[in-house]
Structures are given as C-alpha cells and as structure tokens.
Design a binder for this molecule. Sequence first.
Ligand SMILES: C[S@@+](CC[C@H](N)C(=O)[O-])C[C@H]1O[C@@H](n2cnc3c(N)ncnc32)[C@H](O)[C@@H]1O
Length: 219
Amino acid sequence: MSGAPQDQENSTDRSVEHWDRVYATKAESTLGWYEADFSTTLNFLGEVPIAGKRIFLAGVGLSGVARKLAERGGKVILNDLSRVAIEKLIARDHLDDFAAELAVGDLGSIDEEPRIATCDVWLDRAVLHFIYEDANLAAYFKRVRASVALGGYAMFAEFAPGGATKCSNLPTKQYSPADLAERLGSDFSLVRAQETEYVTPGGNVRPYTFALFHRVRVT
Ligand SMILES: C[S@@+](CC[C@H](N)C(=O)[O-])C[C@H]1O[C@@H](n2cnc3c(N)ncnc32)[C@H](O)[C@@H]1O
C-alpha cells in the first residue's frame, strides 16, 4: 500500500497488531466468530475429498476445524495474519502431530508474499469479508486462482448482504454467491450456496453466505 494517511490506517502492520492483540487478550469463547463445533462448515463441504488432500485454511484463527480436517487425513496448511493465533492453535490442538504447514501472512497483501503453495481445497470462514480495498481484494483472489488446483474446491463463509457491517471493530463487506462467483471468474463453477444464521456468543444473529466452488479450468 502507499504511504497515504488513510492507507496507513488500514495497513497490514496495524492489522497484525490488531489481531495479535485480540488473540493475546480475549478469551476464545467470547470472540464474535467462536464456534464450539464445526458441523456447519464440515457438512457444507459435503462430498469434497479431504483425505490426502492439501487443505488451505485462510485466516484460521483458533478454529478447531483444522484438527477435524487433519483427523480426516487432510494435509492442513495454516494461514493467518496473526502468528499469536497460529502458535496458540498449534499448541492447543497438537497440530505438529499432523505435520501442519504454515503460511503466515496477509492474504490481501499486494506484495508477492505470502506465496501460497498449491492446494486442493481453499477454506475461508469470516476472513475475506475483512479485506476492504479493491487492490487487496484483487490480490486475495489472485492468490486463490494461483493456488487452487484444477479439480479442487474453494469454500467461503462470509457475511451475507444485509448482514453485519462490522466485526472485531473493523469494517466488513458482505457477499452473495454471485459476488463471489464474479470475483473468482469463470474458472470456478458454483456447486452450491446457502444462507445460514450464526449466533455470536453475545446473542447477535449474523447472516452468512456459504458458497462452494469447483475449479473447472485453468486459464
Ligand atoms: C473472524 S476471524 C475467523 C477465524 C476463523 N476462520 C474462524 O472461522 O474461527 C478472522 C481471522 O482472519 C484473520 N485475518 C484477518 N485479515 C486477514 C488477512 N488479510 N489475511 C490473513 N488472515 C487474516 C484474523 O487474524 C482472524 O484470525
């Protein structure tokens, strides 16, 4: 990003500080995206092959979904801006036992890093909707297109239109399945989509768009 004052407000460094502070100071069960079980995501993945596949977990935070997918034989690749979160997650869920790979960094970064290795499944729950500027969004979807193998899948669970405009004191975007399809381009075909309601620990109802895409060509 350039050095303009409003860019500095949104810069990666500030985001890293923000998320590191969240994960260093807040109890997990109070976080506005906390879930104790992961059946909504796992059920939505449905028939997507996991065993032996490379599963990229965008902005995984402290999500126990990483361990669930590793137990199913997935080779998990852990991404987050926050190293604090990743280290806590690995220690708590013993992910070293599963030879989890790390890819720490900002998925919206317009720099070359982080480079994301090829994966068979890209899974993003509540990460993309924080990426705000067009250039950062373009960089995020460039990474998706560069990483997801032909025949692989990309799954998103993001705030739905009419849903939350803020989370963790940060502004958020909202996505319909069509918005995601447009961003992904014609190399990805929509398998299914649905709107679900997530209730935060504070009792707020948050509509989410869940959408699963199949990589049908590489252009
Ligand atoms: C709302 S939390 C969701 C965490 C996890 N996916 C879940 O479902 O529990 C958003 C996560 O995305 C991470 N994050 C935010 N912006 C990011 C970015 N640009 N690149 C990578 N991770 C990011 C945050 O550190 C945080 O862990």
